[in-house]
Structures are given as structure tokens and as C-alpha cells.
Design a protein around this ligand. Structure first.
Ligand SMILES: [Zn+2]
Ligand SMILES: [Zn+2]
Length: 164
């Protein structure tokens, strides 16, 4: 990632595909929810795009049909409602992802949808894996720490610029 500011809040998971029959069923219930959300949150701009994401300050991108996409929509709405914009260190991102999922859980309750905890855990794991890989020292393999200037290895002081 070249810049932290302005990065969208799309997930790190690969999109799963639905067959045609599944897609039709999903589309119906999903569109009911989407219409409701558009009505309840007119301050946000709901648009279709290549993947689910929140683009600050007010655009919620709706990705292609996939299983449990209603939760992805609620999650991105969670980012929007929490006013997420950017983060300076990666661990903050994990916290924001977790907060956005908690918000999605509240929203699911409000809209009488059975929340899927397994899905939330799966999604959060993709960020934990991402952080784990990113913080690993390429020289000695130790877990590095990150501050405003970049990643630092406590052992060999390997340093990676934040921009990388
Ligand atoms: Zn997110
Ligand atoms: Zn090292």
C-alpha cells in the first residue's frame, strides 16, 4: 500500500462465488435490506463496485453477490457510522475492523438478522494474518514492532519504512 490516507476499507478476503439459484435468493433478501439501509441512512452513498468497501467520507461500495454478503454490507456501514478514516499503525486497523464488526452485530440485531460470529472471526483472522506477515522481520524472522516511522526489529534493528 502506498498511502494510508484514503485507503478504502475493503476486506482482505477473496470473493466467494454463488451459483445462479443461490444468487437469486440472496439478491432478493439482500435487496430488501439494502433498500431499508438506504432509507435509514440517507447520509451515505450506496454504490455498486468490485468489492465491499467503505470509502470515506460517505461512500459504501456494494460488491458482487456472495454468501453472507448482508454482513459485509453491515460491516462497511459500521466503518461509516464509526467515522473511520485512516490509521497510523497497523494494529489500529485491527481495532477498527473489530469495532466495525461489533457495530455490524448491533445493526444485525436491529434488522432482525441472525449474526454470524464465525464469519466475523474468519474476517478478523484475515487481518490478524496480514498483520502477522507484515510484522515479521525479513532478516531474522522475529516479530517487529511498528511506530510512526516504520517497523523495527528488536533483534537486528531491521527497519522497514511505513510507506512500503
Ligand atoms: Zn472492514
Ligand atoms: Zn530482525
Amino acid at each position: 500500500m502506498s498511502s494510508r490516507t484514503g485507503e478504502d476499507w475493503g476486506g482482505k478476503r477473496k470473493t466467494q462465488n454463488l451459483n445462479t439459484a443461490e444468487q437469486k435468493n440472496y439478491s432478493i433478501s439482500f435487496n430488501v435490506l439494502l433498500d431499508q439501509l438506504k432509507n435509514d441512512f440517507p447520509e451515505f452513498d450506496f454504490r455498486h463496485g468490485s468489492k465491499f468497501a467503505f470509502r470515506p467520507p460517505k461512500t459504501i461500495v456494494i460488491g458482487p453477490s456472495e454468501p453472507k454478503m448482508e454482513f459485509l454490507l453491515l460491516h462497511e456501514l459500521g466503518h461509516a457510522l464509526l467515522g473511520h478514516k485512516d490509521f497510523s499503525i497497523d494494529i489500529e486497523r485491527i481495532k477498527m475492523e473489530s469495532d466495525a464488526w461489533e457495530k455490524a452485530r448491533d445493526l444485525a440485531t436491529k434488522y432482525r438478522i441472525d449474526f454470524d460470529d464465525d464469519m466475523m472471526q474468519y474476517e478478523l483472522d484475515t487481518y490478524r494474518d496480514w498483520l502477522h506477515k507484515k510484522s515479521r522481520c525479513p532478516i531474522c524472522g522475529l516479530t517487529r514492532f511498528q511506530d510512526a516511522s516504520g517497523y523495527h526489529c528488536p533483534s537486528c534493528e531491521a527497519f522497514r519504512n511505513n510507506k512500503k
